[in-house]
Design a protein around this ligand. Structure first.
Ligand code: SF4
Ligand code: SF4
Length: 290
């Protein structure tokens, strides 16, 4: 395995879970064991101050819970765009077309990635799927230059057989469709060899070609140019760091927050941090299974 230092990425990325609130309760939700699913980042001005302090331009990826339920989402998005940062979003796509329009207007040319999650436990009928696709086409038609749109779906065992047809369905509309392996108790569920092959054929984890990426021991820029942020301001190097309560970077809202200066070796066997992977924060794609 290589230990080569990857080139310094030109901009950083914040993976901000700005609320735990969600109008869905998916059976595979990694947050469903949280004690409190009603939390949201209440102190918008202090968060915005934190983003203003970041050195250079960053991509702020907004997710939750469901970010469109956040009371000050539009204000946050407009302010981030004005600061010169970029904005990405992951949503369950249940927001009204009016609300989506409002978001697109607030983000303007700062929008980078719009990712709509297809939750079949809630979008279960042909009619609901047709409405989802119609909305997807609508957003796709209104993207600013340089922004991308994709649809993701969790590959539960129930979903797996229908995913190839769904992938074709979206591809026919010019929409990129990505699958995500199901996780339970922090790890990918034990798919059979046949199921693993199906998943890899569908692109693996978010089109990365593997089911469970691993960069353990390799240098990674997360911590210096990427971090996760929760609704209370707690910042961790990445999702596995937060999960295992290691590599805490302090609270984003006060002077305890500190980024690493350089890339450091990865301490985790399984990396599910798609955005840092896609932004080249590690040298080469490893794998653990699949
Ligand atoms: S929509 Fe997302 S955050 Fe909400 S329950 Fe489903 S997986 Fe969890
Ligand atoms: S788990 Fe992924 S994002 Fe986190 S340090 Fe390792 S390689 Fe980097």
């Amino acid at each position: 395995m290589t230990t080569q230092l990857p080139p310094r990425p030109p901009e950083g990325v914040v993976m901000w879970n700005l609320n735990t609130t969600c109008n869905y309760r998916c059976s595979y939700c990694t947050q469903r064991f949280l004690d409190d699913r009603t939390r949201w980042a209440r102190d918008t001005p202090r968060f915005l101050e934190g983003f203003r302090r970041l050195p250079g331009r960053w991509e702020i990826k907004l997710s939750g819970g469901e970010p469109f339920l956040h009371p000050t989402l539009m204000e946050v998005v407009a302010a981030l765009a004005k600061m010169g940062h970029r904005v990405s979003v992951v949503t369950n796509f249940s927001a009204s077309v009016d609300k989506l329009d409002h978001f697109l207007a607030a983000a303007g040319s700062a929008l980078r990635v719009f990712s709509a999650s297809l939750h079949r436990e809630y979008v279960s009928t042909d009619e609901a799927l047709a409405q989802f696709l119609e909305k997807a086409r609508y957003v796709l038609s209104r993207l600013p230059a340089g922004a991308t749109f994709n649809v993701t779906c969790v590959a539960t065992r129930a979903n797996l057989p229908e995913l190839p047809a769904l992938a074709q369905h979206f591809a026919a509309a010019g929409i990129r469709f990505k699958v995500q392996p199901e996780k339970q108790n922090r790890d990918v569920i034990p798919y059979t060899v046949e199921e693993q092959a199906q998943l890899v054929t569908l692109g693996g984890h978010n089109d990365l070609g593997v089911i469970a990426p691993s960069f353990e021991g390799q240098p990674c820029w997360a911590g210096a140019l990427a971090f996760t942020l929760d609704d209370r301001g707690a910042a961790w190097r990445c999702y596995p760091a937060r999960r295992y309560r290691r590599e805490y970077l302090g609270n984003f809202l006060d002077s305890t927050f500190q980024l690493y200066d350089l890339a450091r070796p990865c301490q985790y066997a399984y990396c599910n941090c798609t955005v840092p992977i896609e932004r080249g924060m590690m040298a080469s794609l490893g794998r653990r299974g699949g």
